[in-house]
Write a protein of this length. Structure first.
Length: 535
């Protein structure tokens, strides 16, 4: 009896220390007909997973420099509140406003700017736990596996370490979906139906508030609400008048921003992504599973032969993806057999791609960032795939394979640059500190930044040497530069590779000699050219 008790205690300790690896043992301890789930044990497991998520998200929070979009967000958030709200015409203002107040508390260092995103990423773990409970109320294993995968997801960790709105976007998408589930008939067959008055006891108002916050965080929150709309009219249609009133309230709350937005000059960057939009869909799914540590974006790879890229990165991609893709397929197959879950898959995981692909000839909007709200539901499906496996041996082997896969992906993310097991660790954000230092070492009299918003990232890390009179020169709205004849040495810094940037470079190069150039290939890349005027 004592030996059995010691074994039980040992298993629980192992579960807490490495929850993903030992989830199969949790399933054995809580399988139907054996030991009834203990509320205290559930809280211990959830607390351990939240702690794991916090450690992974706050570790190395300031290791990477801010990339261009993060630097732009930081600059907007640091402005006075009114200017902060209306500074960015490309994104809704909620995250910038929250970051504005966060700067007052934590400061504006690279790490401090990412603290709100890290907090939102940690809060996502208990939300996914409760979401799994709504889909399968009696399965502690499904809840534990879903929360563990969310806590250790390389993709979700990446967005939780970025001073951008995506971590909040994912959290609000999951919260709004959870609030929506309270308004619908139960998804799980064993779940008791909610009483009808729940519509009038604040649940609908709370869902409407979350919906408004979601839209004010990211415009693609509309895709989440559209999925809810489809599911509502297909499966519920309860209290139609109240539902339409709530939807009208969300529209009314968003209307002032929409009116202001339509009066602003619109600009949509659609040239920065390589490949067909149809290929972006499987690429987004790949990123949901493996994050950015494996085969990270690095423009220097464009010049490498495909055979070399496959030889260096192909095996790592295949081995890390294999267990996760297999479990995702198992989870999809299980959910597809249940009509309520099938509706959710179509609405949340398939439906958003249809309008984006239809618009792709004009706007390339199929991107893993914009569709990041799907990542937690991928984790739910992978966990559901684990529950379909029969036998402790198979379940344990698969859990170990998933743990090794995620561990290597995180290693490639945290340890870069370097090598691991023969694999090149290339992950890195745009290296603006090194680019600014390289330009300063060239001692130009003028630094041209194109497009003009590059100044947000470049100026953040610009440290000119003594006696260096360099000034920043920005193209006007028409793309023209002022007269640079007085500057003997001119540096031009480019981040996007397009005809407008190339035209500016040729304009500066006319009558000047190329004195130096450098390419920083991380992420979207930075190109720097230095030109000297003839003596």
């Amino acid at each position: 009896m004592r030996a059995a008790a010691r074994s039980c205690v040992l298993l629980r300790c192992l579960m807490i220390s490495n929850p993903l690896l030992f989830l199969p043992f949790a399933a054995a301890l809580t399988a139907p007909g054996k030991v009834k789930a203990n509320l205290k044990r559930e809280w211990i497991i959830l607390a351990a997973l939240v702690a794991l998520a916090a450690v992974l998200r706050f570790a190395g929070l300031g290791k990477q420099p801010l990339w261009l979009d993060e630097a732009s967000t930081a600059e907007f958030a640091a402005r006075p509140l009114y200017d902060c709200i209306f500074a960015d015409t490309q994104h809704p203002p909620l995250f910038d406003v929250l970051l504005h107040f966060s700067i007052r508390v934590f400061g504006a260092s690279d790490a401090a700017l990412r603290i709100p995103s890290a907090i939102f990423g940690v809060l996502l773990v208990p939300v996914v736990w409760v979401l799994a409970r709504r889909f399968a109320s009696h399965s502690l294993f499904l809840r534990s596996a879903s929360a563990a995968l969310t806590a250790a997801s390389p993709f979700l960790i990446y967005l939780s370490q970025e001073a951008r709105s995506y971590s909040l976007f994912i959290l609000l998408s999951a919260c709004a979906t959870l609030a929506f589930l309270r308004l619908m008939p139960p998804v799980a067959a064993t779940e008791a139906a909610e009483p009808a008055p729940v519509f009038f006891n604040g649940a609908l108002a709370f869902y409407a508030a979350l919906s408004a916050a979601l839209i004010y965080t990211h415009y693609f929150g509309a895709l989440v609400l559209l999925a809810h709309e489809l599911i509502y009219w297909k499966t519920s249609r309860r209290r139609v008048a109240a539902w339409l009133t709530a939807r009208a309230a969300v529209a009314a709350v968003f209307l002032p921003w929409a009116v202001w937005l339509l009066r602003q000059p619109q600009y949509i960057e659609a040239r920065q992504w390589l490949g067909s939009p149809w290929l972006r869909t499987p690429y987004a799914w790949f990123r949901f599973l493996d994050g950015f540590g494996i085969a990270p974006p690095n423009l220097s790879r464009l010049a490498d032969p495909p055979v070399k890229i496959l030889r260096e990165e192909g095996l790592a991609v295949l081995l890390t993806l294999a267990p996760l893709v297999w479990l995702l397929a198992c989870g999809l197959r299980r959910a597809w057999r249940e009509p309520p879950l099938r509706s959710w898959i179509i609405a949340l995981l398939i439906g958003p791609y249809l309008p984006l692909l239809a618009l792709s000839p004009w706007l390339r909007l199929v991107h893993e960032r914009y569709l990041a709200f799907q990542a937690p539901f991928f984790m739910l499906l992978i966990a559901a795939g684990l529950t379909t496996l029969r036998g402790m041996g198979l379940r344990s082997f698969t859990a170990v394979a998933c743990t090794l896969s995620i561990t290597f992906s995180l290693w490639a993310y945290y340890a870069a640059p370097g090598r691991a097991l023969g694999y090149p660790l290339r992950y890195g954000k745009e290296d603006w500190p090194t680019a600014a230092a390289w330009v300063a070492a060239e001692k130009p009299q003028a630094v041209v930044l194109a497009p003009a918003y590059l100044q947000f990232a470049f100026a953040r890390y610009w440290k000119p040497g003594p006696g260096l009179p360099a000034t920043f020169v920005l193209p006007d709205d028409a793309g023209h530069l002022p007269n640079l004849a007085a500057a003997r040495r001119v540096a031009i810094v480019l981040s996007h590779d397009g005809p407008a940037e190339e035209s500016l470079r040729q304009e500066i190069a006319a009558g000047r000699a190329l004195a130096g150039q450098h390419f920083f290939p991380q992420q979207t890349g930075i190109r720097v050219f230095v030109y000297d005027a003839p003596h």
